[in-house]
Write a protein that binds this ligand. Structure first.
Ligand code: SF4
Ligand code: FES
Length: 245
């Protein structure tokens, strides 16, 4: 198989130097067998430009830190192989999140804010007894919770979401998925009306315009379409009762 010369067109911008406008810079590299974008970016930084900024921690689709736009599609760079890319690839940082530089964005602040807004913790009046024996949970129920917990907070569903790109307060698919996680958990004693107060708004579950790019873009296959339908249904019923009270 012929060895390919690849071009990576990468957005360069340092928010600390606002006088230098964002621009695309071309880098060239010879493709190697089994090469991922993780390898590409590290090679470019080591061999061509030590100032190139991007994030990686695990290299195994676990930590969620390497989300970026690869030829316009939000995805994890560490799981993207060059063999699946054309000779010229454009790399841009995920939109919506605060840009730290080049391909590096701060997803942490966004996810922390979303966690606080959706009150992502078990709400219960029960007193915590540290030495109490563990309470068993039905397997099926545990799996439902685990399904939502598989979110690695990469931000790909948010970066590719039309609503999140124009409404900075929209909680997005990751937020709706988070709410679904607590709704199915019987230890969380919040009523549907209490959930409605948190997500029954245009910035919450009713802000989605149904394009479902989130579902297509989630690199770990969280069933975002189903989660959204589940929470929406519950909140529509809760809202209806709410109006009548
Ligand atoms: Fe990433 Fe999927 Fe979680 Fe969205 S739901 S943040 S795409 S893992
Ligand atoms: Fe951890 Fe890509 S480096 S998900």
């Amino acid at each position: 198989m012929a060895v390919r010369e690849l071009t990576f067109r990468i957005m360069r911008y340092n928010p600390d130097e606002p006088e230098k406008k964002p621009h695309l810079q071309d880098f060239h590299l010879t493709e190697e067998p089994g090469m991922s974008l993780f390898v590409v970016l590290n090679k470019l930084r080591e061999e061509q430009d030590p100032t190139l900024r991007f994030d990686f921690v695990c290299r195994a689709s676990i930590c969620g830190s390497c989300g970026m736009l690869v030829n316009g599609k939000p995805t994890l760079a560490c799981k993207t192989l060059t063999k699946d890319l054309p000779p010229v690839t454009t790399l841009l940082p995920l939109p919506v999140f605060k840009l730290l530089g080049d391909l590096s964005v701060d997803t942490g602040v966004w996810f922390r804010d979303m966690s606080l807004r959706t009150e992502s913790w078990i709400h219960t009046d029960e007193t915590f007894v540290p030495d109490a024996p563990e309470v068993r949970m039905d397997n099926e129920l545990a799996l439902k919770i685990y399904e939502a917990e598989r979110c690695i907070e990469c931000g790909c569903c948010i970066g590719g979401c039309a609503t999140a790109n124009i409404k900075s307060d929209f909680i997005g698919a990751a937020g709706v998925n988070r709410v679904a996680r607590f709704m199915v958990d019987p230890r969380d004693k919040r009523t549907e009306r209490e959930y409605f107060d948190v997500v029954g708004t245009e910035d919450g579950v009713f802000g989605c315009i149904g394009l479902m790019a989130c579902d297509d873009n989630c690199p770990v296959g969280v069933p975002l379409r189903d989660q959204l339908a589940y929470v929406r249904r519950k909140m529509a019923v809760a809202g209806w009762h709410y109006q009548k009270v």
